[in-house]
Ligand binder design. Structure first.
Ligand code: CAA
Length: 439
């Protein structure tokens, strides 16, 4: 019998600055951003599904976001550093070509817990666009399932800053954030099924060359790659789930009927659905039109709307309010989903849920989990919705300065004062980074 292993607690770090794309109460009202881009704010809210994008301040990089999420997780659970066997980082916005974010995070945490306090804790940086969180988690699960954890825990932290060039089509789908997961035996939130589906191809939908701080994306192509890879990963998961007897579908039932809450990688909330087969159409434009028509009709059906609202929609609030955080997206949506359901008193104990991760380039992973009976007490303490409320807007001028890494003309060093958190202090002429905890 395999040991029950999974996610015991989740801590999300959300930058305290955001750029408003649309006013949710008055979507037709232009925003500073929609005016600047000569666009329509209701396109952002209704066409793409995003109202606000999280923006990192001058003292924040992917390492800082990760350290802050992990620090909260350790403090909230009173974890002794010696009981942490691994702290692994998933990111596609690493800060160095050699030194992993995991090592910088290690140093920041030792500033709080004492030099050498984590010397028996391993760490590595995982990279595969947005899907690396699933790879990092799978590695920790395998380690625990293999009986190597000896009562110790591991932490997986996904951290990213999604950045596309100013005025490019990808610009309204940026964001930033980190999410830290405490992985252990007999967890309080979710045990994960030992069945993980995968689908991988070599694709040119999205990449960020070594010389660039912004990503290159073929937006519409990336949507299709996402859907194709996700479908492949779900099929792989389904074959394994049936073969291993984890899920049994009766006559006329779909395996999805046996899955309750679901969380997905969400580059933007409208990224959901299915597609018809491209090879039926002679011209690409015909296919694209048919695809769009099919999607609209499918998503309008009562059955789709009921399932979507019940199983998926609550988690998407994170993406609507914060934007894309690449590797941190899916688990941030999971955190939002669980917290919202817990606050609402929804009974999920014992139910099976599912996660879908996608990384451009491209690979998707599909997994399933069982919500534990005592999950609500933990989920109610995430503080996720409160973190989204505790933010301030930036003007378009401030946003563009932060985006381009320029200096503020009035001499300000940052937009918002750090609040008991790790910050980037400086980067030396040789590219070495120094961090501290700002009390
Ligand atoms: N009111 C309501 N809706 C409106 C509107 C208005 N005034 N104006 C336009 N719309 C609708 C459009 O009809 C369209 O809806 P449908 O998709 O239903 O047709 C929608 O808004 C989007 O508008 P466009 O078709 O004009 O799209 P765009 O050119 O602005 O691009 C985008 C949108 C493709 C999402 C683009 O922002 C983009 O490329 N983003 C980045 C790519 C991305 O996130 N890809 C997803 C997976 S890859 C990933 O996550 C990365 C990773 O692994 C690292």
């Amino acid at each position: 019998m395999r040991t029950a292993v999974g996610i015991d607690d989740i801590a999300v770090y959300i930058p305290r600055l955001y750029l408003e794309l649309a006013d949710e109460n008055r979507p037709e009202k232009p925003t500073e951003f929609s005016l600047a881009r000569k666009s329509d704010s209701s396109k952002y809210l209704h066409g793409i599904g995003i109202a606000k994008m999280s923006i990192p301040d001058t003292y924040q990089d992917s390492a800082v976001l990760a350290a802050n999420a992990i620090f909260e997780l350790i403090e909230r659970n009173n974890i002794h550093p010696a009981s942490l066997a691994r702290i692994d980082i998933a990111t596609e916005t690493g800060v160095d070509e050699s030194k992993p974010v995991a090592a910088y995070v290690h140093g920041m945490l030792e500033q709080k817990y004492g030099k050498g306090s984590l010397k028996r804790t391993s760490g590595v940086e995982y990279k595969f666009a947005c899907v690396s969180t699933a790879d990092a988690l799978e590695s920790s699960l395998d380690w625990a399932w293999a009986g190597r954890s000896n009562g110790k825990y591991s932490i997986i932290c996904a951290t990213d800053i999604a950045r596309y060039p100013l005025t490019s089509p990808g610009e309204p789908t940026q964001g930033a954030g980190a999410v830290a997961l405490l992985v252990k035996e007999h967890p309080r939130l979710l045990t994960i099924d030992p069945v993980i589906g995968v689908h991988m191809e070599d694709e040119d939908d999205f990449w960020r060359p070594l010389f660039s701080t912004t990503a290159v994306v073929h937006g519409k192509h990336s949507e299709r790659c996402y859907l194709r890879a996700m479908e492949g990963a779900v099929d792989d998961w389904a074959e394994q789930a049936v073969a291993s007897g984890i899920v049994k579908a009766g006559p006329g039932e779909s395996l999805v009927d046996h899955i309750g809450p679901m969380s997905f990688h969400v580059p933007y909330p409208k990224m959901a659905g299915e597609e018809p087969k491209a090879d039926v159409y002679k011209k690409r434009e015909e296919f694209e039109k048919a695809e769009a028509d099919y999607m609209k009709l499918f998503m309008e059906t009562h059955q789709f709307q009921t399932e979507y609202l019940d199983k998926v929609a609550d988690g998407l609030v994170h993406a609507r309010e914060s934007g894309n955080s690449y590797s941190a997206s899916e688990k941030s949506c999971l955190s939002m989903l669980l917290e919202t359901k817990a606050m609402r008193g929804t009974d999920l104990g014992g139910k099976r849920g599912g996660s879908g991760n996608y990384g451009s380039g491209c690979k998707a992973k599909a997994s399933s989990w069982i919500v534990q009976e005592e999950w609500t007490a933990t989920a109610k303490k995430f503080g996720h919705a409160e973190k989204l409320r505790h933010r301030r807007p930036v003007s378009i001028a401030e946003y563009e300065i932060l985006h381009e890494g320029n200096l503020f003309p009035d001499g300000r060093k940052f937009v918002s004062e750090p609040e008991n958190e790790f910050v980037l202090v400086d980067v030396t002429s040789q590219g070495y980074r120094h961090y501290k905890f700002a009390d």
